[in-house]
Structure formats: structure tokens, C-alpha cells
Design a protein around this ligand. Structure first.
Ligand SMILES: [Zn+2]
Length: 338
């Protein structure tokens, strides 16, 4: 049960000269908001507070977590007292190289010493992100917040969490990392996604109204829920008015349950290239994901739950490439404040 209120405010950002936008004071003045239009569809629910995905998502085991020097993607957010840095040099930041059981290469997770989320909690939540989505993550940074929990993801795939961010926030942010890995087009910018928005008569929640990118990430959270809970939406949500959004998201190769909930980062499909693609040294065939037929199916005996087949060592195939639609010299940065 989450103990904090969540205010969803998302900013879509682009590097370059500063623009007038409600950026948090910690943000670099070189980050700007991409002027994506807000959606006009009504929100079906005010927020996602009616559910928590944590217990439904089994954690991947951590094989090793080794202290490493701060990478530039983390040290760049350290600053002296009096600056607007995300983490103060007087507070300090640490970094771990974290090897999960289902990936052959480690992830880097940095944490500012005053962050509300402990490193253990952050690693637990990161490990629960399904491997098919987690493999799109880049550096994870865990910081403190003076307000409500919030987070943002850059188009580089780097995600910064502020405060005690719940599982749906982790799924949301790493969906951005997935989305931004598209080279020819973001999944949230395709004509199919925009068509879905023009056909449907609602979006999931108030935050989804921010723009098409945020709606895509929120719909991804709902789709993960539906894949786990036998096609059922969380309490209070109905399919009808957002069926095209759900259908589009679910049609993406990312949401193939065999690979999304599989046992390896080595996934070959027609989706955008992931950042972590190496298989683990040894695949664990017993790491099969249990999907739940109903919202209360976690009460069912384990043996009665349907399972996702674990991958074997013979699954590797060529990964298709995409061309970038980004023409700006500086990278696009997309930011979520929650
Ligand atoms: Zn977002």
C-alpha cells in the first residue's frame, strides 16, 4: 500500500536554450520542454492509486551488486550546496553495478545518500520490472525529494527517481526508456498510436491527458496489469472507451508475454533495439512467470496459475535496425514528474 499521495505532472523536454516551463528547480537550464499538445480526451480515473503491481511482479535475483565509481551519468547531478543539483556533494552519492540473473551485462544504479528510497528498495523494484522492459533501461539514479514522489526519464534511457516511487512509476518510466529507444519513430509517435487516440473516447487517468507520450506510458502500465491479471483492468477501469489504445500497446512486440516475462535480456523481435541484450551466463528454465487469471488470483495455489514458458539457449536471432527521426543536434529529453 502506498503511503504517499501522487501528483502526476509530466514534462517533455529538449536540450537547448531554456524555455518557460514549470521545471523543477533541480533541473538543468539546458533542458527544455518539447511542446507536445495536451490530450483532450476525458480521463477515466483520476490516478492509478487503486492498484499496486509490486507483489504481482516477481523479482529477478541479484547475482552481484558491486560498488563502482560514479559514472558521468550520475556524477553530473552532484553539486555544491546552494546549487540546484539533484544531489549535493556534501551528501554524497554511491553507485552499484548490479547483475541480475536474467541479463549477461550489469546495470548501474546510483543513489544519493539522502534519498528516501533505500538502495535495497530501489534494487527490489528495479528487479521486478519484467525483463523484456528492464532491458531498455540505462543508468538508474535514486534521489531525494522535498515534495511528492516523482521521476523522469531521458531519451538516453536514464531514469531518475525522486522519493519513494511505486512499481507503476517504475513501469511507466522504463516504458519511456523503451519508447525513446525507437530510432525511426517513438512508439508513442506512430500514426497507429495517434489513430488510436483519435478513435477512443477516454484516456486512462488524469496524468495520461498530459500528452501522447505520457498516455502511452500510462497505458503500458495498464497493459502490464492486464497481462498479469488475465486481461482484467485494475479496479475502476473499463476497456471500452480506450480499447484502441490498449490494443495498440498490447500489439507491440514488447508485450509478448513469453519474452516480457521471460528469463533473459536476449530477446529478438521487431521492436526497437534494447540497451541490455546479453543473455545470462546460464538461463534458469525454472524462472517462469506466473500470470494471474483474476485480480485476486494471488490467493490461488501456485500450481493452478498459468505459466509463461522460459526461454532456452537457442532463441537468439538477428535484431532489426531502425533509422532515427530525431534531427536535432542535441538529444531529446523527456521528463516525467510524478
Ligand atoms: Zn512519463
Amino acid at each position: 500500500m502506498r503511503s504517499y499521495s501522487r501528483l502526476l505532472v509530466c514534462l517533455t523536454l529538449l536540450t537547448g536554450p531554456a524555455v518557460a516551463s514549470p521545471l523543477d528547480a533541480r533541473e538543468s537550464p539546458s533542458i527544455q520542454e518539447i511542446p507536445l499538445p495536451a490530450l483532450t480526451l476525458p480521463a477515466q480515473q483520476p490516478n492509478f492509486n487503486s492498484f499496486d503491481l509490486t507483489s504481482a511482479l516477481p523479482p529477478a535475483s541479484i547475482l552481484s551488486a558491486v560498488t563502482v565509481p560514479l559514472p558521468p551519468s550520475c556524477s553530473g547531478y552532484l553539486g555544491a550546496p546552494g546549487t540546484n543539483s539533484e544531489c549535493l556533494t556534501t551528501t554524497g552519492m554511491s553507485a552499484l553495478s548490479v547483475q541480475f540473473e536474467d541479463c549477461g551485462t550489469p546495470f548501474v544504479v546510483c543513489r544519493c545518500a539522502d534519498a528516501q528510497m533505500s538502495m535495497d528498495v530501489a534494487l527490489d523494484r528495479f528487479s521486478r520490472v519484467p525483463v523484456g522492459l528492464r532491458r531498455y533501461a540505462s543508468t538508474i539514479a535514486v534521489m531525494a525529494t522535498q515534495t511528492s514522489a516523482n521521476a523522469y526519464t531521458l531519451t538516453t534511457g536514464e531514469t531518475h527517481f525522486f522519493g519513494d516511487c511505486a512499481m507503476d512509476t517504475w513501469i511507466h518510466e522504463l516504458t519511456h526508456a523503451y519508447d525513446f529507444s525507437g530510432i525511426t519513430s517513438y512508439a508513442s509517435a506512430t500514426s497507429a498510436w495517434l489513430d488510436a487516440l483519435s478513435t477512443d473516447s477516454c484516456v486512462p487517468d488524469t496524468y495520461s491527458q498530459t500528452n501522447a507520450v505520457e498516455d502511452f506510458a500510462q497505458t503500458s502500465v495498464l497493459n502490464v496489469y492486464m497481462l498479469i491479471f488475465g486481461g482484467n483492468l485494475p479496479p475502476g477501469f473499463q476497456t471500452a472507451c480506450m480499447s484502441n489504445q490498449l490494443a495498440y500497446v498490447n500489439s507491440l512486440p514488447l508485450f509478448n508475454t513469453e519474452t516480457l516475462f521471460g528469463n533473459t535480456c536476449d530477446i529478438v523481435n521487431s521492436g526497437p533495439p534494447a540497451r541490455e541484450t546479453e543473455p545470462p551466463i546460464s538461463l534458469d528454465p525454472s524462472r517462469t512467470f506466473q500470470t494471474l487469471p483474476t485480480a485476486d488470483a494471488d490467493l490461488l495455489p501456485t500450481s493452478s496459475r498459468p505459466h509463461v514458458q522460459a526461454a532456452t539457449n537457442s532463441s537468439r536471432q538477428p535484431i532489426p535496425c531502425f533509422l532515427t527521426w530525431i534531427t536535432a543536434v542535441l538529444p531529446l529529453l523527456l521528463v516525467l514528474w510524478i
